[in-house]
Design a protein around this ligand. Structure first.
Ligand code: SAM
Length: 235
């Protein structure tokens, strides 16, 4: 397990420079649309509720934080990630987008967030939970830093139980990762194995329930890719 944790962290510092381009190739650009679509779902779940302070967990190169700032013009977002190289690229993008006043990126661990209880109205996490060594801790932390009634939006590749869809996804990832990584095979092997190690979406919903969340929206975007929106269900 320790080896998998180290590989995960080292991986993102190694691929930070090519991460966005590789993402676009591997998903045929759909990841951009998935983030926007997920944020629209969050907007519907919030309704007339409060969404002034947002936390983007495992913010990486800040795509979700930037998309959120564009979709919700009054929101202030803090992005946290354990990989400084990913955040550095994120900071350049935030500056280029003219959003430096509304997005702050900080080094931080999803399993030990450096924020007081109830600091945020919403938390986002795109393609992060699969990489956390202890998901339950990260869920509890997300729950702790959210206000009562706050929302957690998760966009993730979950393990697929249908053998046919799993085989299709495996072939797809093998093909597109070879294209995207241009030979950096071991790095993209990590993506395939991290999806295999992830729980199916229904099991994740149960884990979130144990951490004090209620699932209020669920959408299927592609084999393996699901959007889940949770509301804090208990004090
Ligand atoms: C697949 S990337 C997702 C980045 C971004 N959210 C996106 O939508 O593209 C996963 C990110 O999780 C980060 N990460 C891994 N473990 C973490 C942890 N314990 N706490 C915070 N970030 C973590 C990695 O550094 C990496 O930037």
């Amino acid at each position: 397990m320790q080896e998998a944790e180290d590989t995960g962290r080292a991986l993102f510092s190694g691929i930070a420079g090519g991460y966005d381009a590789q993402n676009r190739v591997m998903t045929l650009g759909l990841d951009v649309w998935w983030r926007r679509r997920a944020l629209r779902t969050l907007g519907r779940c919030i309704g007339d509720g409060q969404c002034a302070r947002v936390l983007d967990i495992a913010s990486g190169t800040a795509d979700f934080a930037i998309a959120a700032a564009r979709m919700f013009p009054d929101v202030q977002t803090t992005g946290v990630d354990v990989t400084p190289e990913m955040l550095e690229i994120g900071r350049c993008k935030v500056e280029r987008s003219g959003l430096s006043e509304r997005i702050v990126l900080e080094t931080g661990d999803a399993e030990k967030l450096d924020f007081a209880d109830g600091s945020f109205d919403c938390a986002l996490c795109a393609f992060g939970f699969r990489n956390f060594p202890h998901r339950a801790r990260a869920l509890e932390e997300a729950r702790r830093v959210l206000k009562p009634g706050g929302h957690l939006l998760v966009l993730e590749f979950f393990r697929i139980e249908s053998r046919l869809l799993a085989a299709f996804t495996s072939v797809w990832l093998r093909f597109t990762s070879a294209l995207a990584a241009r030979g950096a095979k071991s790095e993209y092997d990590y993506l395939r194995t991290s999806i295999d190690r992830m729980v199916p979406a229904e099991a994740f919903i149960d884990e979130a329930k144990s951490a004090g969340f209620k699932c209020v929206a669920s959408a299927f975007y592609a084999p393996a890719c699901r959007c889940l929106c949770f509301r804090v269900s208990s004090p």
